[in-house]
Write a protein that binds this ligand. Structure first.
Ligand SMILES: [Ca+2]
Length: 348
C-alpha cells in the first residue's frame, strides 16, 4: 500500500442509510424511466409498495425510443389500474450525442415482446422535466427522484431550475459502476446513454445515491425466484412473470445465472434503505476519454494530490480534499430484496 494514502486525514466509513435520510411514512417519488424490462419491474414494484406514493412517471429515451417508452409506461400503469398517476414524455434524444437503444436486452418493444393490452390511461400533456420541476415545488423537501434511465430529463430540469436541487428530498439513481461497465470495459448503460447529462446531475449540489450496475449484477433474479412468482397469478403478476422469464433466458444466454435487477433495486433502496450498504465518495463522469466515455470515476480517497510546479517538474504538496457528492452503493442483501419483490407482485 502506498504510505501516502495512510496519511490521508479522511476516514470514509461504510454507512447504512438509516441515519442518512429519514423515512417519512410515505415517500413521494417520481420515477424517470426508459421502459425497459427491468424498468417495468421497478414501476410495478413502486406501484405496489405502500411506502411510496408515485407522484409521476416521466419517460426518457434509452432502452427504447421515447415514443415506445411512453407507450410502454402507459400500458404498465394501465395493467396496474393506476391511471391516476401522471405519465409524461420528456426529452426525445440525449443532450449531446446520438441515442443508443437496447432492444437486444429488452425485446423489440422493450417489454420482452409481450403484447400488453392497449392502455386505458392517457399521457399527461406536460413536458417531463417541467413536471418534475412543478412537483418538486408543489411538495418542497418531500420528493425523491428515482431516475432509472439516462439522466437527460433530470439534467434538463436542474439546468432550467437549479432551485429544485435544494428542494428535492433525495435522488436515488440506477446508473454507473465503480468496478467496470456493462456496455464496455468502463461505462454502464444509463450513464453511457448521456454522459453530459450525468455529469450535470452528479455535480448539481445534491447527494446522489448511486445504485450501480455492479451491484445490480450481484442482485440476480434466477429461475428459483421465477418459480415462486409463476405459482401465483394476477394481471401484474403475469406481466412480471412473462418479462422475468424472457429476461432470465436472455441473461443465461449471455453467461449470467439470472437477470440483473438493476432498476427494481433502486426503487427498493427507497422503500427500505437497509437493503443496501454504501460509502460516500466524490463521483465525476468521464465525458471525453478514448476508452472511458461514460465511466463514473469514483474517488475512494476523498482527496486529490496537490501537485505544484517546481521549476521543470511538479511536486506533491499534500492533498486537496474533495467533498463527496454520492452515496455509492457497494452491496445489497439480494435474497431479502427478492423476497420483498416477489411478495409485492404476487397475486396482483
Ligand atoms: Ca432503465
Amino acid at each position: 500500500m502506498n504510505t501516502r494514502h495512510i496519511l490521508l486525514p479522511i476516514v470514509l466509513c461504510l454507512s447504512s442509510s438509516l441515519t442518512a435520510w429519514s423515512q417519512s411514512i410515505k415517500d413521494r417519488v417520481i420515477i424517470d424511466t426508459d421502459p425497459g424490462t427491468d424498468d417495468a419491474m421497478a414501476i410495478l414494484l413502486a406501484l405496489n409498495s405502500p411506502e411510496l406514493k408515485v407522484e409521476a412517471i416521466t419517460v426518457v429515451p434509452g432502452n427504447v425510443q421515447g415514443k415506445q417508452g411512453l407507450e410502454n409506461a402507459l400500458k404498465l400503469v394501465s395493467v396496474a389500474k393506476r391511471c391516476d398517476v401522471p405519465i409524461a414524455a420528456g426529452a426525445q434524444h440525449p443532450l449531446n450525442q446520438k441515442l443508443y437503444t437496447a432492444q437486444y436486452w429488452h425485446g423489440k418493444n422493450g417489454l420482452a415482446d409481450l403484447e400488453l393490452p392497449p392502455s386505458k390511461c392517457k399521457p399527461d400533456p406536460r413536458f417531463g422535466p417541467d413536471l418534475i420541476i412543478e412537483l418538486v415545488h408543489q411538495y418542497p423537501h418531500e420528493i425523491t427522484l428515482i431516475p432509472v434511465g439516462p439522466l437527460t430529463n433530470i439534467a434538463l430540469a436542474v439546468s432550467k431550475d437549479p432551485s429544485i436541487v435544494q428542494l428535492t428530498q433525495n435522488i436515488v439513481i440506477m446508473g454507473g459502476s465503480i468496478s467496470g461497465g456493462n456496455v464496455n470495459g468502463a461505462a454502464e448503460a444509463n450513464i453511457f446513454g448521456d454522459p453530459e447529462a450525468a455529469q450535470i446531475v452528479f455535480n448539481a449540489g445534491w447527494m446522489v445515491t448511486m445504485v450501480g450496475s455492479d451491484v445490480g449484477e450481484r442482485t440476480l433474479m434466477t429461475r428459483k425466484h421465477l418459480e415462486k412468482l409463476q405459482a401465483t397469478h394476477g394481471p401484474q403478476n403475469d406481466v412480471v412473470t412473462g418479462i422475468a422469464r424472457w429476461y432470465i433466458e436472455r441473461s443465461e444466454k449471455n453467461g449470467w445465472d439470472g437477470a440483473a435487477m438493476y432498476d427494481p433495486l433502486a426503487v427498493a433502496t427507497v422503500i427500505d434503505p437497509t437493503l443496501v450498504k454504501w460509502k460516500e465518495m466524490h463521483v465525476d463522469v468521464e465525458t471525453k476519454g478514448e476508452f472511458t466515455r461514460g465511466e463514473t470515476v469514483a474517488n475512494r480517497m476523498g482527496a486529490n494530490e496537490k501537485n505544484v510546479l517546481h521549476g521543470d517538474h511538479y511536486e506533491i504538496e499534500g492533498y486537496d480534499v474533495l467533498q463527496p457528492n454520492a452515496r455509492v452503493v457497494l452491496t445489497s442483501d439480494a435474497e431479502r430484496f427478492l423476497t420483498m419483490f416477489i411478495s409485492r407482485i404476487a397475486s396482483k
